[in-house]
Design a protein around this ligand. Sequence first.
Ligand code: NAD
Length: 499
Amino acid sequence: MQELSHFIDGAHVPGTSGRFADVFNPATGEVQAKVPLASKAEVDAAIERAAVAQPAWGATNPQRRARVMMEFVRLINRDMDKLAEALSREHGKTIPDAKGDVQRGLEVIEFCIGAPHLLKGDFTDSAGPGIDMYSMKQPLGVVSGITPFNFPAMIPLWKMGPALSCGNAFILKPSERDPSVPLMLAELLKEAGLPDGILQVINGDKEAVDAILENETVQAVGFVGSTPIAQYIYSKGCANGKRVQCFGGAKNHMIIMPDADMDQAADALVGAGFGAAGERCMAISVAVPVGDETADRLIEKLIPRIEKLKVGPYTAGDDVDYGPVVTAAAKANIHRLVETGIAQGAELVVDGRNFNLQGYEDGFFVGAHLFDRVTKDMDIYRQEIFGPVLSTVRAQSYEEAIGLAMDHEYGNGTAIFTRDGDTARDFASRINIGMVGINVPIPVPLAYHTFGGWKKSGFGDLNQHGPDAFKFYTRTKTVTARWPSGIKEGGEFNFKQMD
Ligand code: NAD
């Protein structure tokens, strides 16, 4: 049995706590590795070492730091196939989808190559007589990221790229479900020239997370995961005086207007609802057709598309649509929620409950499900299912449809499918959700914009990646400098206005 490690001071370090978690191959259900779960003492020691290494990295000029990112980009591209295979083996997603996971992270590293520009401060010449005023964006010191299982390359890259480019040392606590890719990324960063101790990858569970939150050296915490844990980390991190941003769960609605191209909408829904087995925070899990006629036409188009989805292991080739979910517990939870949907009166029009894949009976595969006539009070509508289950809520008007999305507690992403520009503009302007697609089902912003949900999908003031990440991982110092000819005039004791 393979025993994974931490990555500390530029080297793989075995765990010493004696505690381990199983890392599964979700396609077969087998335990393929054990990952060490760090103790508080191990976390504290890694943070201390990072704090020793950070000042020299922070003082390295930003262009040299950016060159490390440039080389990192080259190395990720070189190892793309290896990274994707390791990712699929632990997560279960298909190889093309795993490459997308790496690619969307890689694009943020590409953006970070422009860090010298983003780190430039402001300057006011002659703010007063002989006085200049300028601001500097300085690294915070030691910062951290705590990441979820569903994007084991993309989200660690979203966090580490900006944090390191800004001159911080970074503590990454990846998900214990699929820790291999973050460890491989740490090796690549070392090969790219990152000094030892600047990126510490600590595997672990709640104990390691609490150690990070309690450690006074850690200045900032960036979290992505489920909402209850996001709320816990946000409140505890803030109470401990840290800068914190936490991104949580989702329930993304797609509104289908009567004038939408129904084939396009159905194709979009199938990809966005079932891709990655629905284990995406930007997955569409609720379809809201407007009017019964639209709903009937949509359901008629969805059923054959969903029934012919190919579910299989990542090893079965590129024509597999989605793979297994991450654990047996996740599978059981999805099945439990499907049963509550039936019990609470929703109509299960595509029933994936008896899905079975020959030769992979112990894998965590879940068949595709489509519900019709879901209502607001049902558990399958209120809760995040994070599986291949699409719920249809019929709305009788545009106002009712937009109201559903606005009243839901989550506010990560949403989409509208229509041919009418006026409706689309109204929707984009009024909706209280962070990321909006117009005839685009998964509106994940590109690296040079920012990513973040509203309501219970996001806690904190700034978004992830793009310019916001550079604000999150730096602090501003403003300097007022005077080089007067007459300093010998003596001290000034009044609080002076600039004249
Ligand atoms: P999770 O909340 O279970 O775990 C996320 C991280 O928190 C992991 O590193 C885990 O080790 C740690 N953790 C788990 N329990 C903890 C506890 N009690 N105390 C402290 N730390 C704890 O989430 P997950 O299952 O890995 O990921 C799926 C969730 O992430 C979904 O809800 C999904 O919507 C969300 N997600 C959100 C975004 C976004 O940007 N909003 C992106 C991806 C995933």
